[in-house]
Structure formats: C-alpha cells, structure tokens
Write a protein that binds this ligand. Structure first.
Ligand code: HEM
Length: 460
C-alpha cells in the first residue's frame, strides 16, 4: 500500500461521540444516497464505527470478487452471529467453505426445479384460503407464505401451526439487531431490560422449533432429497457429520435469510403493481395467456418473461438486501485512498440500483427495461440484489423462482388492492422493510379467468 495515499474523506456534519448516527438513523436511505453523491468512497461515523460507502461497480467487483480474500464480513453482519451462529451468512474461512459445499447440492438448478410444484401449491392454498375483499396485511401474508415454502422445500416440514410464533420471533430478533445498537455495543444485551429478555425468549423460540425439526428427523429419517436429509447424511473426509448445533445454525440462517427477503420482494411487487394498473394488466394478460387453467411450474416460467421483468424491476427499486458490508483484513488501496486493515466498507444496492447512468428515470417502475438484454449489458455490479462473488446468495435461483411462481399463482385468482394511498414508508433494518402493515384487500380476478379455474388443492 502506498503510505502516501490519503485516507478516504468523511462526510461533513459528524457530531462528537455519535458521529452521523442521528442523521443516518433519521433516514438511512437518503443518507446513503447523499454519501454516494459526494464521491466514489465517502465515510460516515456511526458511533464507534467508521464505515465507507463504495459507489463504483468496478470497485465493488474488486471487493466482492477479484480481491475477496482481502476481506471478510463487516462488523454489523458478524454481529448477527449472535443469532445465526456459524451459519453460511456469518461464518468465514474453512467452516464457511465446508458448509457451503454441503449445502450447495440442495440449490442446484435441477433440485430447485423440483421445488417449483411445492411453491405453486403453497401459493394456491394461500389464495384459496382468502376471503374476497377481506382487509389484510400483505406483508404478514407474504411472510407466512414464504416461511411455509422454505420449510416445506428445504426441510420437508410443515411449520404452519407454529408459523405465527416463528414470524413473531424472527421479527423481534431482526428488529433488535437491525437498529444496530446490540451489534455496535454487544454488552448492551446484558442489561436487564424487558426487551433483552424478550430477545432471549425469541431466540429460544426459534431454537425450539429448529432443534425440534432436526431431532424429529434424526429420530425418523425419511431418506428424502430435501436439504435437511442431505445435511443429516453429509459427512466430510474424516467421516464427520454436522452436529445438532451446526444444523441449528444452518437452519436458522436459511429460515432468516430465506424467507423474509422473498416475502419483501413479493410485498413490494404487489405494491408496485397496485400503483401501476397498466403494468398489472399486462402481467395478468401474460399469465392468462401462458397458464390458462394451470398452475405455474418451473418449466412454464420461461414463457413468462414479463413476470420475470416485474420481479427484476422490483428487486432494483426495493432490494430487500439494500446494503452489504465487508471489513478489510489487510492494508490496501482503493479508489486512490489508503484503506487500513479493519476498515468497514459498505456497498448499497439501494444506491447503485438508482444510478441514472445505467437506469434512466431510476425512480420509475419500468419492467420493460429488462426485456431487451439489459442484464447482460450492465457492468456486473450495477445491479446485484443477490450480492456476488463466492459469497453470492445461495438462494438466488430459489427466490427468483419462488417470487415469480407466487406472483403468478396469486394473480390467477386475485388482484391486490392497496387501501392506503400514502407513499410506502420504509424501515431499513437488516433488510429493507415496510414500516408498519401494508393494508390491502384481495379482489377476485375478473371473469372469465375466475370461472375457468378449478382449485388444484383444498384450502388450508
Ligand atoms: C429476494 C430474495 C433474496 C435476496 C434479495 C437475498 C440477498 C442476499 C445477499 C445480497 C446475500 C449476500 C450477502 C453478502 O454478500 O454479504 C445473500 C446471502 C445469502 N442468502 Fe440470500 N437473498 C434472498 C433469498 C434467499 C433465499 C430464498 C435463501 C435460502 C433459501 C437465501 C439464503 C442465503 C444464504 C445462506 C446466504 C449466505 C451465502 C454465503 O455467504 O455463502 N437467500 N442473500
């Protein structure tokens, strides 16, 4: 590293002790956009942590791909280890590699194709359970649906009876960790406050459900090809399998990483469609023309290009993982600046996905932009809802399939009507969440579609 290179600049306005924490917490997304407007690498001070936002796609590629060995996950992500243990998202080095290799077969293309049917059946069951025009919280509905899908597809387990407990516990855990306080100051959790007792209870609830699934399966092996069966059968070269604790960490990671993100993508997609009736009408016409009376399958998706474009455009505007982070584990130079070991680097999908150089009229919801080969034309890290490099989301194909199948299945029967016309308020915690419920009514789809459709499953 050139010791003559300067340190990267810090945004103005840092206050003593708290730095930019108040401004950041007031409106994190605008704050990140304002950092990017200042330059390719600009810092903010969040209490005891200095973090630098990296803006240019090529620099992001260096960190995530070409020079990934010089980084590990940032401090905020590592803080999630309190809940996720040594699961894939938070582990590093040999543990991460061993587990990634063990889990990878469950996410191979052929395996994922087989999950398509379960996804469509779960969505159909959900649609059939709806009372027309009943007022509901869309986000809560999608959370429950995707939790059931991930549990069924990956663990061949039904959590429907405990879904509400699990969802509540997950919400609580992500809220507490998402505000960053416990991550920045881990000792805070030891303070005898009611919230911290609730946090421990929430983690205990999740442990209970997950260890219950593992124990039940160890007691009654099914020899299936779901992820849990694979993990139970997996052994390394020394003939060592995964302990209950390691299994718990991976299941917890997949539960957390694998259901909330897709639930958010679906919630945002329905909100955007509700606000753009022309786009919704075009999507429904495609679904009608291609599916007729049938449920979508992995094979029919190739014939739903507009549905895929709607999903990609939703993930552009509202990326559920709106920012990811890394810590430099050695001194280096980036964008001409000196990056000492220990520096926290952030990359924000929310910011990159709004770059007008790559996405003209960036704030508009325009699925059409994806129909002419844009994906191939963009620099690799202009659009990266699933990250990239060796730590790319293991569930990316799974969730694209899931989001498209669920959208198509629900739209065969219903249109989602938004009952609140105020702008969507966002709460960027660990993921980009809506602030409060998304109040909707499910309107039956207009005939003739409705009359043509026979239930493929009975409602739950
Ligand atoms: C729209 C849905 C999803 C989004 C936006 C998303 C986003 C991401 C991103 C950005 C990362 C990389 C984090 C980093 O580099 O620091 C990641 C990692 C991960 N995701 Fe996803 N994800 C989604 C769905 C899923 C699903 C469905 C699963 C599992 C069923 C899953 C499991 C994981 C796991 C285990 C990792 C860690 C991978 C590793 O480090 O080896 N995700 N996800």
């Amino acid at each position: 590293m050139s010791s003559a290179a300067p340190l990267p600049p810090m945004a103005p306005g840092a206050l003593p002790l708290v730095g930019h924490s108040l401004a950041y917490r007031g409106d994190p997304l605008s704050f990140l956009l304002s950092l990017a407007a200042r330059g390719p690498l600009v810092g903010m001070r969040l209490g005891p942590i200095d973090a630098y936002l990296l803006r240019e796609p090529d620099d992001i590629e260096r960190v995530l791909v070409t020079e990934h060995r010089r980084f590990w996950k940032d401090r905020m992500t590592r803080g999630l280890g309190r809940v996720l243990g040594d699961g894939l998202l938070t582990s590093e080095g040999d543990i991460w590699l061993r587990h990634r290799r063990l889990l990878a077969p469950a996410f191979h293309r052929e395996r994922i194709a087989a999950y398509g049917n379960d996804m469509a059946l779960a969505a159909e069951r959900f649609a059939l359970s709806l009372q027309p025009r009943e007022v509901r919280d869309l986000h809560r509905d999608m959370m429950r649906l995707t939790l059931n899908i991930v549990a069924k597809a990956l663990f061949d387990s039904d959590v429907d009876d405990r879904a509400a407990d699990v969802a509540r516990a997950i919400n609580f855990v992500t809220d507490r960790f998402g505000d960053g306080l416990i991550t920045l100051y881990p000792w805070v959790e030891r303070l005898p406050l009611p919230d911290h007792r609730r946090l421990r209870d929430a983690i205990a609830t999740l442990d209970d459900v997950l260890l219950g699934i593992v124990r039940e399966r160890r007691a009654r092996p099914r020899g299936g090809s779901d992820l849990l069966s694979m993990l139970l059968a997996a052994e390394d070269d020394a003939g060592r399998g995964l302990s209950d604790r390691e299994m718990r960490d991976e299941l917890m990671t997949l539960f957390l990483a694998g259901h909330e993100t897709t639930a958010l993508a679906l919630s945002f997609a329905f909100v955007l469609l509700g606000r753009n009736p022309d786009i919704e009408a075009r999507l429904c016409a495609e679904i009608d023309a291609v599916l007729g009376q049938d449920l979508p399958t992995t094979d029919t998706l190739a014939r739903l290009p507009y549905a895929r474009a709607v999903v990609l455009e939703t993930l552009r505007l509202y990326p559920p993982a709106y920012a990811i982070g890394r810590e430099a584990i050695e001194d280096l130079t980036l964008c001409g600046y000196r990056i000492p070991r220990g520096t926290q680097l952030w990359m924000a999908q929310y910011v990159n996905h709004r770059d007008a150089r790559y996405f003209p009229e960036p704030e508009r919801f325009l699925p059409d932009r994806w129909l002419g080969g844009l994906e191939r034309a963009l620099p690799r890290f202009a659009y990266y809802p699933f990250g990239g490099g060796p730590r790319i989301c293991i569930g990316n194909q799974f969730s694209l399939l899931e989001a498209t199948i669920v959208l198509a299945t629900i739209l065969r029967r219903f249109r989602v009507r938004l009952l609140d016309s105020s702008p969507l308020a966002l709460d960027p915690l660990i993921t980009l969440r809506p602030r409060g419920p998304i109040v909707v009514a499910y309107e039956p789809a207009p005939p003739p579609e409705r009359e043509l459709l026979r239930p493929a499953v009975s409602p739950s």
